[in-house]
Design a protein around this ligand. Sequence first.
Ligand code: APR
Length: 264
Amino acid sequence: MSSSESLDRGLNDAARIISFSNYVVALVGAGISVESGIPPFRGPGGIWTKIGEPVANGYQRFMDDPAAWWAERLSDRDELSEFMKALDEAKPNAAHHAMAEMERAGFLQHIITQNIDNLHQEAGSQAITEIHGNRLKLRCIECDARYPLKGFALDEVPPRCPHCTGIVKTDTVMFGEPIPADALQSCRYHTQLCDCMLLVGTSAQVYPAAEFPIIAARAGAALIEVNPMETPLSGFCQAVLRAPAGEALPALVDRLRGTGTAPS
Ligand code: APR
C-alpha cells in the first residue's frame, strides 16, 4: 500500500473512531511545533540529538542555589538560546489550528501538552493541561501559584511569590522536578475520562506523560497516532496517520466534517 493510500485509510479509521467517541483527549509532543520552526528534542534535528540529553538534576541544581540559577538565566549565556529564539519567533501552524477547530466542533475535549510554547492557546484551544509548564509563566515552588512572566518584577533574585513569599521559578518543569500536583491530577482526570486518545508528535518516551496512553488503552480507549515516524506506541494504535501533523490534522478535520457527527 502506498503512503498516500495508508494515510487515506488512517484518516478514514481515525474519523470513524473519533466520531463515535464521547471523550477525546490529545497527548501532544514537540513534533506538533516542528512546522512552527521549533526543533524537537529527539530524532532527526532534535536538540538532545545535537547537544545530548541534559543532566537529570537541573531542578536539584536550582534548589541548591536559586539566586545563582536566576543570575545565569538572566544572562544570555543560556546554552539553549537558539531554542529560546525559535520559541520567541514561533507561531501556531495548521496542526494547532486544526486542533482548535476540533475542540470548537466538539471532536476534542481536552489537550494534554508536553510543550511549553503556548501555541495551542495562541491557536484558540482552551481545554489544555500543560504537564511541563508554560514558558510565559512563573510558578511559586511553595504554593504552585502561577504568574505571567511579562511584567513580573525580577529585580530581586531569586524572585519571591506575592502570595506566600516562596521562591519563584520558571513554570517550565525542569529535569528532575516533580510534575506540579495540579497538572498531574488534571492529566489523570482527563485520561480516565477518555475513550479515545490522539497521540500527536510525541516519541512517547518521557514519563509520566507516556503512561497516559497506556492507562487509557488498558481501560479500553482507542489510540490514534499522528507522527511521521514509528514510536513505541504505534503497535497499540487503532489508527495511524504516518504524516506531519500540519498535513494530517487539517485532513482529519475535513473527514470529521464529512461525518458531521460530533460526540454527544
Ligand atoms: N508532525 C508530527 N510529529 C512529528 C513531526 C511533525 N511535523 N516532526 C517530528 N515529529 C515527531 C517525531 O517523530 C517524534 O516522535 O515528534 C516526536 C518528537 O519527540 P520528542 O522530541 O521526544 O518530543 P516529546 O515526545 O514531546 O518529548 C517529551 O521530553 O525532553 C523532554 O520536556 C521535553 O516535553 C519534552 C519531553
